[in-house]
Write a protein that binds this ligand. Structure first.
Ligand code: ADE
Length: 244
């Protein structure tokens, strides 16, 4: 898997690149590369954005700058690029990132992520260069970098060899192994702290009963999660947008 992240702040990714699961993934031959739009701008003074036509606050990332960065990186027209590679704009109004989408992205050989800043992208970037828009939640961040890092983290940790123990990614919250339900609770030593005891079944060594208890706790958590969603606005249930 190769992930290219286009950003105005490549230095923000240093922390992610230093994380063990990411260094493991890179050691196993995967790649995570940052491209700075500013390094490819055809405009003077490193300009990458401009004021919105029609007025309004903030600055908008320019379509010519993004085209130049994509062309320089891939050596082809970005309109054609999205036909053979997923080009994802991080956008609060996009399709919500969930475990199913992460699985789908993990199976891709390559991804291109576009982070926006300021007021966002010139709409023509989304319309002509991107295959889709992805959101990490219905709230607005100051830029797409944190969202891109969330996506990279979620994808890279699923790659074989990224986590120390493959079981960590197989049987975790929302995974197929748990039928999409939240994970069961975990406990470690001490077995008792301030009178708070670890459930006896986990100390029993009885694998079948432990598995049964975990499945039951996972189902109970799914019920609790469904109830709290029911209390929400409902907006979190809508999936948002693919692009034509
Ligand atoms: N850019 C700003 N906010 C975002 C969000 N919630 N998801 C994805 N990209 C974003």
């Amino acid at each position: 898997m190769r992930i290219d992240v286009f950003t105005l702040f490549p230095e923000a990714f240093a922390w992610l690149l230093s994380q063990r699961h990411v260094t493991n993934a890179i050691g196993a031959g995967h790649e995570l590369r940052c491209v700075n739009y500013r390094d490819h701008t055809p405009l003077s003074g490193g300009q990458v954005d401009d004021t919105p036509f029609g007025g309004g606050a903030g600055m908008v990332l320019r379509v010519d700058v993004v085209e130049a960065a994509l062309r320089a990186t891939y050596g082809e027209d970005p309109v054609a690029l999205r036909e053979r590679r997923r080009v994802i704009a991080l956008d609060p109004a996009g399709q919500l990132l969930d475990d199913g989408l992460v699985d789908e992205l993990t199976a891709e050989p390559a991804l291109t992520l576009l982070s926006g800043r300021y007021e966002g992208f010139d709409e023509r970037i989304l319309e002509h260069f991107c295959s889709e828009r992805v959101s990490i939640g219905r709230y607005v961040l100051a830029g797409g970098e944190l969202a891109a890092m969330v996506l990279c983290d979620a994808v890279l940790r699923k790659l074989p060899g990224a986590l120390g123990d493959e079981r960590s990614a197989r049987e975790e919250s929302f995974s197929a192994a748990l039928q999409g339900r939240p994970e069961y609770p975990h406990y470690t030593r001490p077995a008792e702290h301030r009178g708070w005891r670890v459930p006896d079944v986990l100390l029993s060594g009885h694998h079948a009963r432990i598995a049964e208890w975990r499945a039951e706790r996972s189902r109970a958590r799914a019920g609790e999660a469904a109830q709290s969603l029911g209390r929400g606005s409902g907006a979190e249930l809508s999936s948002g947008g693919s692009l034509p």
